[in-house]
Each structure stands twice: as structure tokens, then as C-alpha cells.
Design a protein around this ligand. Structure first.
Ligand SMILES: Cc1cc2nc3c(=O)[nH]c(=O)nc-3n(C[C@H](O)[C@H](O)[C@H](O)COP(=O)(O)O)c2cc1C
Length: 236
């Protein structure tokens, strides 16, 4: 365990403060334990699949909140934590999001995407119907804070927002999967309607809608092949 003993501070935007070090001495994991842990994690992560067909069964809400809390531990450019996670359970709001998403998706699938993009999507079996938005019991809509917005309207630039939010979403997906829940990263394009429907401030830009739940009893997923370790790893 770390021997961090400093009194926890409440979050406030860090800007121009002096460097304030605290000790960080996590206990080192013995190699045999680490190997076993890594192999098990690799096996479990290998089982994750994007689900597009959800059961309407409720899920333990705290599991989603804990997964969001995990995501919010992600590293971020200049520690600006430029993310907001909106947890939508209300069926009426989920329906509004579905209708708006389907409106955009119909235009996309009817030609806006272009032949190459449509060809890339064909093996996934997706179309403009987004039933998962209303079947899944919860949606997490992730927003990027493109810049910091003070209460008096002051703006400050955020750095590496795309990268930071992408990493946080990866951690969210991992936490959900390892906690037994299925998810889909859905990116209807354009996504401006999400900020409007959810009443988000002007500095926030939607990044993805993530339906979360259990797979439907008759759920199917595309038979995809993942690259092998050899194909993604370069050792020097
Ligand atoms: C940035 C991003 C955007 C995605 N957008 C969509 C989407 O709009 N609709 C969808 O059905 N799947 C979407 N996906 C899911 C991918 O299609 C899926 O991850 C991929 O086919 C691999 O399948 P797997 O997650 O089961 O391994 C998206 C994934 C990512 C990472």
C-alpha cells in the first residue's frame, strides 16, 4: 500500500500553483503474482465485446457509478480532468436521445457516411435503428470539456482533451466489463443534439453515448478477429 498520509484535498482547478509533492510508495507485486494477475486480466479483457442488443433488466446503479469513478482516475493532460459523465436512467430522456440519434443516423446511412465508411461498417451489421438506447437501462453520455469555464465566464485552455477523454472512456469500459456489465460506445454523428437534450454548458462537447446493461438473452455479436499480440507489438 502507498504511504500517502496527506490530508485529502477537495478538488479545485489547479492552475499556476506551486509543485506540491507527496510520497508515493506502492508495494511492489511479486513477479509470480504479477504474471498470474496479468494472464487472468488478459483472459477477462479478451472476453469483452461491444453489445448492441440489451436486456431491459435493471443493473446495480452503484456498479455504474463505481465504474465512472474508476474512469475519473484516468491520467489527463496537465491533470485537467476534462470530462463529464452524464448518467441517464430516465426512459423519456433516453427516448429523446434515441430519436435524435436515429434522425442523424438515417442521414448518415443514407449517404452522408460515404461508400468507404459504409463498407467498413458492413461486417458489424449496424444500421440507423438504435434500439439499444431505449432497451439498455442506462446511458452514460460522456462529454469533453473543451476548455475550462469559470463561473464568471473566464475561459482557460485544456490540453490533450481528446486523448484524456479517450483514456478515461477506455477505463470506464474496462471497469464496466470487469464488473459484469456490457456496453456499447455509440458515436452518432454529429452529436451536438446530446448537449442540447441534456442541457450541458457551452464548454462541453459530446464524445460518445454509452448504453450499459446486460446482453439480451438472444444477443449476437459480429464474428470479429482481433489482431494478435505479434501484430500489434514491436519490440526493440
Ligand atoms: C470511438 C468508437 C466509436 C464507435 N462508434 C460506434 C457506433 O457509433 N456504433 C456502433 O454500433 N459501434 C461503435 N463502436 C464500437 C465498435 O464498432 C467496436 O468496438 C468494434 O467493432 C470492435 O468490437 P468489440 O468492441 O466487440 O471488440 C465504436 C467504438 C469506438 C472505440
Amino acid at each position: 500500500m502507498s504511504d500517502i498520509t496527506a490530508t485529502p484535498r477537495l478538488w479545485a482547478p489547479v492552475h499556476g500553483e506551486a509543485y506540491r509533492p507527496v510520497p508515493y510508495r506502492p508495494e511492489r507485486m511479486p513477479a509470480d503474482e504479477a504474471l498470474a494477475h496479468a494472464a487472468e486480466l488478459r483472459r477477462r479483457m479478451g472476453e469483452r465485446r461491444t453489445v448492441r442488443s440489451f436486456s431491459p433488466d435493471p443493473v446495480p446503479e452503484q456498479v455504474i457509478k463505481d465504474a465512472i469513478a474508476c474512469a475519473a482516475t484516468a491520467p489527463s493532460g496537465a491533470h485537467q480532468q476534462p470530462w463529464t459523465f452524464v448518467l441517464v436512467k430516465d426512459p423519456g430522456i433516453r427516448l429523446r436521445i434515441r430519436e435524435a440519434a436515429e434522425h442523424e443516423e438515417r442521414i448518415s446511412y443514407d449517404g452522408r457516411l460515404g461508400e468507404q465508411w459504409l463498407a467498413a461498417l458492413r461486417p458489424l451489421g449496424t444500421d440507423a435503428v438504435k434500439v439499444h438506447m431505449t432497451d439498455a437501462p442506462a446511458l452514460v453520455v460522456v462529454f469533453q470539456q473543451r476548455y475550462w469555464l469559470g463561473e464568471d465566464g473566464t475561459r482557460r485552455k485544456h490540453y490533450y482533451v481528446d486523448e484524456s477523454v479517450g483514456i478515461a472512456v477506455g477505463m470506464l469500459l474496462s471497469a464496466l466489463h470487469l464488473s459484469g456489465l456490457a456496453a456499447l460506445v455509440h458515436t452518432p454523428s454529429p452529436m451536438r443534439f446530446l448537449g442540447e437534450v441534456l442541457g450541458r454548458p457551452e464548454n462541453e462537447k459530446a464524445f460518445a453515448v454509452i448504453p450499459i446493461g446486460y446482453p439480451a438473452d438472444d444477443c449476437e455479436v459480429p464474428d470479429l478477429v482481433r489482431k494478435s499480440l505479434d501484430q500489434v507489438l514491436v519490440e526493440l
